[in-house]
Design a protein around this ligand. Sequence first.
Ligand code: PMT
Length: 399
Amino acid sequence: MSRAYAGKNIVVGVTGSIAAFKVAGWVSTLAKAEAQVSVVMTSAAQKFVTPLTFSSLSGTQTHTGMFDNESDEWMAHINLGREADLVIIAPASAETIARLAHGMSSDLLSTTVLATRAPIYICPAMNTRMFEHPATRENIAKLAGYGYQVIEPGVGMMACKEEGQGRLPEWEDVDEIFQRALTVHDLAGKKILVTAGPTREPIDPARFLSNRSSGKMGFSLAKAAFRRGAEVTLVAGPANLSTPVGVQRVNVQTAREMHDAVMKYADAADIVIKSAAVADYRAKSVYGEKVKKEKIGESLELERNPDILLELGKRKKKGQLLIGFAAESTRLEEEGKRKLEAKNLDMIAVNNINSDSTGFEVDSNQLLLITHESSEKLPFASKDRTADLLLNKVLELMQ
Ligand code: PMT
């Protein structure tokens, strides 16, 4: 579970839609991630789910109206709004969207929205025809105009047995967006190009040369960079991983395809991070039919692939940061320093691929970060955490 939520004050506004039951799961997940969740329900919402359900999931008292019977509730709208780090309105009904668009303040939820300076995320959920009605569209456009982030509903079968757009998104589709809203955007405005995963060098229709890279390290870097506000392009070899939210993914197979994709995006990038395991060699001949096993030995002649990182080093723009990776088994520091100099890098991340808890495929890693000024061994950590630590070092280099 990511640390982005821990200790953060998150107001979840729940309104009158059957999707309110799904938001109970969202609240439970946020509470488990150690967020301080305050649920505010409209009266219509209570027709679908009880306040007690939310209280038991959030661990805090559910707010159900401007002037609840609790003594200090009447100031809740100011306190909730002022202390919030994030306000999520989910599900957002057409009624609530209309009232927020017109700055109404007739209940605790609408007054909290007016009183807060935190990022506000609106998740509409309703029948497709209601969602597509011009009045609803106009109100949603107004909310976007106020700077509220509107998360488009999904398409699918609705509770009203109609197919169309109007479904509340799944938690997996919004989790990354909320985490980004809670993360300091210290990479805002930066264009980052990340490469990840292996390359596959075909031999015949059944065989190829490749390596053990899963892509996890590069995907973690892309996810962390997006969350910190960067615009991220991820050039990925074959990797069985879902694309991090907000990241532009470019899929490639061979080293030459990866070379062409990298060269297409490299000039526009402020920072290039090359974590892909690019095959140094490819088969000289690629056969249209499967080579008989008796002949495979003699037909496997190899030739060099382009060294993408070396070429990037030669064409590095002024002010651009070029970060390479090194997969080593021994002499990590010496090999890292050699590659740093040889390829004109600003930093190289060296990882030991001999250990069963660092390097290829595993969820953890331990990087040795070498720059021209320093050599720093990062703590053993998850690849997600390692990605953040590497980006922290990139920030230092940028300064
Ligand atoms: O993907 P995972 O399963 O999470 O594993 C992560 C990783 C081990 C693949 C990753 O942490 C890593 O070490 N990536 C670099 C692997 C690699 O190819 O290291 P290398 O020492 O062979 O290459 C050095 C650098 O040159 C790398 O930045 C590589 O992208 C680059 N290179 C290599 C060959 C080539 N033809 N072109 C290149 O650009």
